[in-house]
Design a protein around this ligand. Structure first.
Ligand SMILES: [Zn+2]
Length: 115
């Protein structure tokens, strides 16, 4: 389950910025898991919940946005919304599609608790 390694990477990144920016606690962590990022959001959430104990993310609200995937069709040049990287263009059934957005898992925002 690669959500486990993604979750540990996110926790590692947040811990690194806590060390760099000298904060102890995170109030809200906002993530973006695009529809084309290949991330199972419920599994990611479960993995994060299991990993935050003892870190600056313990007790933080974790929001995960799931923006739709946008792609450019190489056949008809339309910009389309797709649910999967394996989908053809919904307009012309063409391939391949070039992913424009919604293809990444990333940290959007980090709200720090001041103590
Ligand atoms: Zn097309």
């Amino acid at each position: 389950m690669h959500e486990l390694s993604l979750a540990s990477e996110i926790v590692r990144m947040v811990q690194a910025s806590a060390a760099r920016d000298h904060f102890m606690r995170v109030g809200t962590l906002r993530l973006e898991a695009g529809a084309l990022a290949g991330v199972e959001v419920s599994a990611l959430r479960f993995a994060l919940d299991a990993m935050v104990a003892g870190t600056c993310l313990e007790g933080a609200v974790i929001e995960i946005d799931e923006p739709p995937g946008r792609a450019l069709c190489s056949q008809c040049a339309a910009e389309v919304t797709v649910a999967s990287r394996a989908d053809p263009c919904p307009l012309c059934q063409g391939y391949p599609l070039k992913v424009l957005s919604g293809g990444a898992l990333r940290v959007v925002d980090l709200l720090v608790v001041d103590e």
